[in-house]
Design a protein around this ligand. Structure first.
Ligand SMILES: [Zn+2]
Length: 215
């Protein structure tokens, strides 16, 4: 019988011992933990002003790589949202603004300078101290950011975790699944979501097979 035990856990990573689970299933769950568990990152940026030395595309790319603490109970992927709006609604987008200006001294702009439209949102950069850009005196940036749900399958910036699967030394049939969160979600939640996605895929397959066979 399949047996599963958490052998190590902290806020960043989770180590699970698995016994008697087919390798293909354990590996499928591992891959889902990497590429299909939804997380939140900046998907779109509207640059209003940028007089820095950094080109718009480079600046936008840097910001898009900031992981956001993700509220996947409240927010859904835009393509799954019922609003059908390109701008999004309060279930599929979190809006942020970034405004910064260097006066007489150069400054560094950090992730903590991103200001949410809704001050009560729990969706925010995983760390306040991620450097974004340096501004020389008189340089200024202003932009709007649209944080949305996505998956690693869509773009690597949404990748939820790094996950590995390996044999437990000297114990045949036992494997270790190690999940290290990028920071969007607690590692325990990542495993749970991966298993939920696996179950959903099996159910979809079952429905297709039964439909095909007239069951
Ligand atoms: Zn929506």
């Amino acid at each position: 019988m399949v047996d599963l035990k958490i052998v190590e856990e902290d806020e960043k990573s989770l180590k699970v011992e698995i016994r008697d689970l087919h390798l293909s299933i354990a590996n499928a769950i591992r891959r889902l933990a990497i590429s299909e568990v939804p997380t939140m990152a900046v998907e779109e940026i509207l640059i209003i002003e940028n007089t820095s030395a950094m080109p718009n595309e480079v600046l936008a790319h840097r910001i898009s790589l900031i992981p956001f603490i993700s509220d996947i109970d409240r927010y859904v992927q835009p393509e799954e949202c019922t609003c059908g709006s390109k701008l999004g609604c309060d279930r599929c987008v979190v809006r942020y603004v970034l405004r910064a200006e260097a006066k007489d001294e150069p400054i560094t702009v950090y992730s903590r300078d991103l200001i949410p439209e809704d001050p009560n949102t729990i969706v925010k950069p995983v760390s306040p101290n991620i450097p974004i850009i340096k501004l020389a005196p008189k340089q200024r940036i202003e932009m709007e950011l649209y944080v949305r749900v996505g998956t690693g399958k869509k773009h690597a910036k949404w990748q939820a975790s790094i996950a590995t699967l390996y044999d437990k030394d000297g114990e045949p049939g036992k494997k270790i699944l190690f999940i290290e969160s990028i920071g969007f979600l607690p590692p325990r939640r990542i495993l749970l979501e991966a298993v939920k996605i696996f179950k959903k895929k099996i159910e979809e397959l079952k429905e297709k097979i039964m439909g095909e066979l007239g069951g």
